[in-house]
Each structure stands twice: as C-alpha cells, then as structure tokens.
Design a protein around this ligand. Structure first.
Ligand code: GAR
Length: 205
C-alpha cells in the first residue's frame, strides 16, 4: 500500500537475540518506516518464537521434516511470507541456505547478519558458534560482524555494514560470540534494517 510501513519478515532458527535487537530498536522509535509482519522459524524450539509472541507478532514454524524437498520447503516458505504481505526478508540467525531461485523473489530486499568480517570465515559450513571457533583457531586478533544483501552465493551478496571487534587472549568461542553480538551485530543489524525500510518507503511515496 502507498506510504504504509514496510512489512518485514524475520527468519530465525535459535535464540533470536538479533530479532530482540530489532524489536528493541522499533520500540525505541528508531525504525519509523518498518514493522515486523511475521517471524518464521525452521526450529519449533527456537526461543526467538517466544520473543515474537511477547510482541504480538505472528510466530510461525515451518519444519524441513514436514516438507518433501528443499523446493517444497521454499515454496511453502514463500507462500507464508506472501500471506503476511512481506516486502523485506531479514535473516536473523536463520541456519538454512536458501536457493538462488527463492532469493530472486526478494532481490535487494533480503539481508543477513553474519558473525565475521566477510570475506573471512564465511560461506557454506560457517554459521553460529563455528565461525568463532574457526576465527580463534586461525588466531585472528580482530573479527566482527557483517550485514549484507542475500544473493545466490552463501554470504556473497553486497556488503551493507561491517564492524570490527577485538579478540581477547583468553577468549572461548562463547565469549567471542557474545562480544561480537554486543559490540557489532546488535548495533549494525537493526540500523541496516531500518535504513533499508526508509529507502523502500521513500520509493513508495
Ligand atoms: C548470530 O551470531 C548470527 O550472526 C549467526 O547466528 C547467530 C544467531 O544468534 N548467523 C549466522 O551464522 C548465519 N550464517 P541469534 O539467534 O541470537 O540472533
């Protein structure tokens, strides 16, 4: 609809701290051009679903095991997103690689947060805590987070924002993950979502 807020669907798989950061950003009045229309999880136990419910946001689950194939999964996901009037898709710890065909439905309208400075420690197999394990194994002194558009190459889309975070001497994957979230992801991701909504809404006027 002309001049209505941009409808954002958030795809999740786990704890949903990045979803929470977006919810807090909205609640603080920092996202005037966007609203969350649905949260969709591929994991029924994802705490992210509880976070959505607390905000009266439709919290939906679509399990891979209930679908015949990856194609079937993506068709059902697309139908769910369309049912909720989705204009922008935000991947907030969604642990599933989406096909190029699916992604093409949301060209320049789908963004992801990744817990490293792309092009380091990214691509297939690099997700969640593994990313920080690999960064520590390699011995980097600086890591960080990246927000990028999603295209058909895993973690290969155009970079929108990055923030560097220092690695400490005694870091474990868990302590490093937490610092990257606090100092980078929760800051750059909500802002990137808001900026994208502003740009899209401006185009509607
Ligand atoms: C976040 O660190 C996010 O960057 C990462 O998973 C975590 C999800 O945490 N995503 C990826 O690794 C995607 N390749 P959250 O559920 O608390 O937001």
């Amino acid at each position: 609809m002309r001049d209505s807020k941009v409808r954002v669907a958030v795809l999740v798989s786990g704890g949903g701290t990045n979803l929470q950061a977006i919810l807090d950003y909205i609640e603080a009045g920092k996202m005037p051009d966007g609203e969350i229309c649905a949260v969709v999880s591929d994991n029924a136990d994802a705490y992210a679903l509880e976070r959505a419910k607390k905000h009266n946001i439709p919290a939906l689950t679509l399990l891979r095991k209930d679908c015949d194939s990856k194609e079937d999964y993506e068709n059902k996901l697309l139908a769910l997103l369309r049912d909720h009037g989705t204009e922008v898709v935000v991947l907030a710890g969604f642990m599933r690689i989406l096909s190029g065909e699916f992604v093409s439905n949301f060209e320049d309208r789908m963004i992801n947060v990744h817990p490293s400075l792309i092009p380091s420690f990214c691509g297939k197999g690099f997700y969640g805590l593994h990313v920080h394990e690999k960064a520590l194994e390699y011995g980097v002194k600086v890591t960080g987070a990246t927000v990028h558009f999603v295209n058909s190459i895993p973690d290969g889309g155009q970079i929108i924002a990055q923030k560097a975070v220092r690695v400490h001497k005694n870091d474990t994957p868990e302590t490093l993950q937490r610092r990257v979230m606090e100092q980078a992801e929760w800051k750059i991701f909500p802002k990137a979502v808001s900026d994208l909504c502003r740009k899209i809404r401006k185009g509607k006027k």
